[in-house]
Design a protein around this ligand. Sequence first.
Ligand code: SF4
Length: 348
Amino acid sequence: MLSKSDKILAWYDQNRRHLPWRSPPGVRANPYHVWLSEIMLQQTTVVTVKPYFEYFLSIWPNIKVLAIAPLDDVLHAWQGLGYYARARNLHKCANFIASEYNGLFPEDEKNLLELPGIGPYTAAAITAIAFGKKATPVDGNIERVVARLFAVTEPIPKSKIKLHELACAMTPDERAGDYAQALMDIGATICMPKKPVCSLCPLSGECKAEVKGNAGNLPNRVPKKKKPTRVGTIFWLSNDKGEILLRRRPEKGLLGGMVELPSSDWQENSLTQKKTFFDAPEKIIWKILPGRVRHTFTHFHLELEIATGQCIKPELIKGIWSNASDFGNYALPTVMKKVVAHALKYKD
Ligand code: SF4
């Protein structure tokens, strides 16, 4: 009798997705490709990632070349993928591997876990897919498949350890990389969140949720807390040449190292002008534009008002002066692109 992993692998041999970072059947994948794709795929869909992955490879075909690229170029190329901490860690990790491992990825899961931006899922994915060693990457898709297969009703995140153990217990000694990619494919194309297509699934017949008829309701999840809303003021400061002041955010923290328009702190309380203008780059009369810019980050919603003003002493101001038409030269995060579009629409 075939085991679950035998069935999963047999299905994979016939139905695997063709993705630009995957190697042909029987060929070991390039660790650089696996790593790059897995970092990009965190919080992002395959469809979105494909062109970014191909673009990155065309400019930085290996990790040594990526390591010596200016961080700004990497952030710039990352624009649109969001969660920029991933791009900064990608660059940091490339530097580390280039300097400490002579550009070769360590093959051990434990060593991989010590690298910047590499968590348990990515470390296991690289170990299994690129090095053919036994390891089990478990992300949301795989948790869903396993929760249904074993009809685990305990909600996520409480059940995470149990789901991980169940996935590990099924992992075969050979072809752990194909097994991991097969589960990824089943989760993405068959065992989908709302409507699993059990008739196409290699696990049909031995899936407990399928038998019970509650697959579409699993996994259970603890309801998410409502996101708070923060507010802030953006300062659109012009000099006498019509250039606008930009600045770079600190390396650490949200949108670290990215270029932005100067801003007040983003607070959960409502805006008070006294507090807001304390953070302004210059003590001048500011004019508030109509409307607000709204953006949602992972943990909070943000509402920004925009204040415009004419700089009196540009020589005292630290930052980057740029024409708005040249903003494309800088790695501006999406929220700042929204701010620029709003300001250009409403100012004057
Ligand atoms: S049989 Fe259905 S519910 Fe079970 S793993 Fe396959 S697609 Fe998901």
